[in-house]
Design a protein around this ligand. Structure first.
Ligand code: HEC
Length: 129
């Protein structure tokens, strides 16, 4: 019986591992967002700028937030591609950025985080002015 239980667990672990790498999981992304919450919130600026409305906005464009020149001059527009690049290695992609964070090395983690940012950015927490 014990063996069977272990086998079942292994099988489900393999099923999870075999899931398509690109499927984005916003709920998982919400949990991963804990890594960002030391500096960011959705609806208000903290050490870093608010994330409401992030997808589709130009880098360095939240009014009243004090960005670095590096961020303002990066000419990035935040979409899946630019966020994926930036979150992998913030300080390499935007030289001089004050986001002194090593980055999110795992591609699936980044995909899930971006799915969360997209969903939350237009959700109830962001709909109030
Ligand atoms: C140590 C604090 C810190 C952490 C942790 C952090 N950030 Fe940041 N973030 C910043 C700061 C500061 C800026 C502004 C950077 C600048 O002006 O160069 C920023 C900027 C950004 C921007 C650009 C926003 C804009 O308006 O152009 C994005 C996107 C971003 N962070 C996403 C994230 C995500 C996602 C995480 C978690 C994986 C994260 N950050 C973790 C401090 C942090």
């Amino acid at each position: 019986m014990k063996m069977l239980a272990a086998g079942t667990t292994l099988a489900s672990a393999l099923a999870i591992a075999a899931a398509p790498a690109q499927a984005a999981d916003a709920a998982r992304g919400e949990q991963l967002y804990a890594r960002c919450a030391a500096c960011h919130a959705l609806a208000s600026d903290r050490v870093g700028p608010r994330h409401c409305g992030l997808l589709g906005r130009r880098a360095g464009s939240v009014p009243g937030f004090f960005y670095t020149d590096g961020m303002k001059k990066s000419k990035l527009v935040w979409d899946d591609k630019t966020l994926d690049r930036f979150l992998a290695k913030p300080m390499a992609v935007v030289p001089g950025t004050s986001m002194t964070y090593d980055g999110v090395p795992d591609a699936q983690d980044r995909t899930d985080l971006i799915a969360y940012l997209r969903k939350a950015g237009t959700g109830p927490q962001c709909s109030r002015p």
